[in-house]
Design a protein around this ligand. Sequence first.
Ligand code: HOZ
Length: 425
Amino acid sequence: MGTKKSAQLLRKASRIIPGGVNSPVRAFKAVGGSPLFIKKALGSRIYDADGNVYIDYIGSWGPMILGHAHPKVMAAIKKAADRGISYGAPTELEITLAEETLKAFPSMDMVRFVSSGTEATMSAIRLARAYTRRDNILKFDGCYHGHADSLLVKAGSGAATFGVPDSPGVPAALARHTFNAVYNDLDSVKKILEKNAVACVIVEGAPGNMGVVTPKPGFLSGLSRLCKRYGALLIMDEVMSGFRLCYGGAQKVYGVTPDITCLGKVIGGGMPVGGFGGRRKIMEMLSPSGPVYQAGTLSGNPLAMTAGIETLSLLQRKGTYEKLIKTTTTLCNGIREIAKRRSVACRVNQAGSMFTVFFTDRDVANYDDAKTADRARFSRYFTRMLKAGIYLPPSQFEAVFVGLAHGKDDVARTLDAVDRSFTRL
Ligand code: HOZ
């Protein structure tokens, strides 16, 4: 692992970019070796700087649900690019993507587009604080909502991977306003809400940043009830889950109506996009309709809007989600069967087209459970899979993303690699 050219590029990058990367998890630090530097990606395959080809299960951390460089998305982007790539002024494309978004998420009356999931959650929290006139927020241990200060408290994803769930640099005075509860445990939420005035409870639709964990029956609807009782807004962070569980996200699957929803990843078809939306009364507090400030030079960028519109249109074709979930379920069941046969203690958690293999003998329903996973074992698994040409997320606390470009042959090759990598793991 860490092929020659990639290793050279990492050395060069590390001199001028911290850690050689522009986002921490991709540095492979949790699994050893050096990251692949990527040359190109097509369909389900990704090609590194040394000319090696892998079946890609990162999919740019979720957005590439159609596979890489889908011809229709590429054609639309190229056509849009010929008309100029950024105007800093409104376009009809923004209206089209907003209409499609509101159709997919009936809990929203209005939406605002930004350039990343972090911006979406950060802005949603500001809005909730302004609307409720309260400062405290509640999040869950191991949930990750981007890297805004208020949210880097007991956070998942890279923050968990690198052991800095409470990042230095977050003012203690601000962190004091963030309360943490245990995922899937309504009592832990109630205890906080009854003693503190909380502006909002923010929760991942189906967490993917402590690895994939699914909400227990009644958990999300219970959260919604508690929020109403104690006057807090419910923010569902569907940046990952929005178009990954079904077209309409976890709120559709679990029948919950959040006050604010955050989106990202798939909604930009691989371009930098985020969005947040909710009831009109809340959203109209945003500048310039209202006093809550939020802005962005590249917000509603025409190329990003175009990629999003095209991606959402393709996802609405009949049978899309059946295929996606079937492929994912085949992989998950296959891994469970191999684990049993090879006596490898693990739990495979699936949420729609995302899943995580946790190397633990305990069911994983929250962050404490996730932390029981054997990370050294995960690292060996990751390394063997990479050698076999399978590119997985390089951390135990991340989700595998399955896409529509993964075919039967990819699944068979992947399961064969799992079988070999589970030998004397
Ligand atoms: N924070 C994302 C993973 N949950 C992205 C990681 C990356 O791009 O390195």
